[in-house]
Ligand binder design. Structure first.
Ligand SMILES: *Cc1c(COP(=O)(O)O)cnc(C)c1O
Length: 375
């Protein structure tokens, strides 16, 4: 018997075809001079069309899109922004950079996204915005959050970095708030290597963010290098946008591939004492990252399952930590769902062309381990 490890199963990798490499080669050869923005404008227009949003600004990262959008809303010192405790730090970092305070509240046990009742309870006279992060493709309860935002006069912002392909009663994630932000980091459903986009239907916010995105230079300013305020430099390059154009032309296939991977896992794992990303009636989940949450009360050792993955040359990925457990934030022991979820959950490998056999291989390790733990 060979002691060679079975082939490595990465947790994620982009789907790159001849279309991406051809567009990138064209941008590298020809995308200069008068043509230096061609792929950027085309990418923004394709993304707007996909999302059904009026305005879009391509950025160098999802974090940059969030940072500029929040700056455009005037969020700053003394303001509070309410978001879920379970989150990637990128959602909270722009709030901190602007001198505002992230208020971390608990999430719902089924969607792993903002608990509307906890949001409402956290509102103070300083609250300026609610940041709805659609975690792992799952959707926040947008009806409840829109209602709370309207009643309290707050901005509702969508961080849809993980929700390409997700929709809520026919409306795409990222198109429902005052603005939406997406990421095209190499791990995301569509990628430009690094990159992001800011989207909105609000014309005046768009104009403010456009000026901010150009180092504070208004687009109708006649004086060269005249900045009316200190802005940002979070632009996407034409080279990255070329890759993005190819990705968005394939977006339906890329989302379908993510959904196929999820469904194959779900089919094999459904009998185990665990739950996976939900897809409530009226919604569609883009399933960025298929995730298992072992049922409460079932003995489960996350580190042991990760070790079993490693022994089989499979990449596992821990669920996000509650941000309130990181050194930069205040402890929030009352967020019991967030604390409990984090210990019981793992993300499974999910790249677009992951084979049925490899999905079965991952699922076998999960099944052996979860059953073993209950025995
Ligand atoms: C990836 C991600 C971001 C940040 O995007 P970058 O492009 O890496 O800056 C923000 N929010 C969420 C929820 C993400 O998953």
């Amino acid at each position: 018997m060979s002691d060679k490890l079975p082939s490595r199963i990465h947790y994620t990798k982009p789907s790159i075809t001849e279309r991406e490499t051809a567009y990138a080669a064209d941008a590298a050869a020809n995308g200069w001079g008068e043509r230096c923005y061609d792929y950027i404008y085309r990418f923004e227009s394709l993304f707007r069309e996909h999302l059904g949003s009026r305005y879009a600004i391509a950025t160098s990262s999802g974090t940059g899109a969030l940072h500029m959008g929040m700056a455009g809303l005037g969020i700053g010192p003394g303001d509070e922004v309410v978001l879920g405790d379970i989150n990637w730090i990128a959602s909270a970092a722009p709030v901190v950079h602007l001198g505002a305070t992230p208020v971390l509240v608990d999430v719902l046990p089924d969607s792993w996204c903002l608990d509307p009742a906890a949001v409402e309870a956290a509102i103070t006279p300083r609250t300026k915005a609610i940041l709805a992060v659609h975690l792992y493709g799952n959707l926040c309860d947008m009806n409840a959050l829109t209602n709370i935002a309207q009643r309290h006069g707050l901005y509702l912002i969508e961080d849809a970095a993980e929700a390409v392909g997700s929709s809520w009663y026919g409306r795409r994630a990222g198109s429902m708030g005052i603005f939406g932000a997406f990421s095209f980091h190499g791990t995301k459903t569509i990628t430009t290597g690094e990159g992001g986009i800011f989207v909105t239907d609000d014309e005046s916010l768009y104009e403010r963010v456009l000026t901010l995105s150009n180092h504070g230079r208004a687009r109708d300013e006649k004086r060269q290098f005249w900045a009316e305020r200190v802005g940002f430099k979070y632009k996407m390059s034409n080279l990255q946008a070329a890759v993005g154009c190819a990705q968005i032309e394939r977006i339906d296939d890329l989302v379908a591939a993510k959904r196929r991977v999820f469904e194959q896992y779900h089919e094999i794992l459904r009998a185990l004492p665990l739950s996976m990303n939900p897809e409530p009636a009226g919604t569609c989940n883009g399933y960025w990252m298929p995730t298992i949450v072992i049922d409460d009360g079932v003995p489960f050792n996350r580190e042991a399952l990760l070790a079993a993955f490693k022994a089989d040359n499979i990449d596992g990925r821990v669920f996000f930590w509650p941000l309130s457990t990181l050194p930069s934030f205040d402890a929030r022991p009352e967020n019991i769902v967030s604390h409990s979820l984090s210990r019981r959950a793992l993300n499974l490998p999910s790249y677009h062309d992951l084979s049925k056999e490899d999905i079965a291989r991952v699922a076998r390790v999960v099944a052996g381990h979860v059953k073993g733990a209950t025995a």
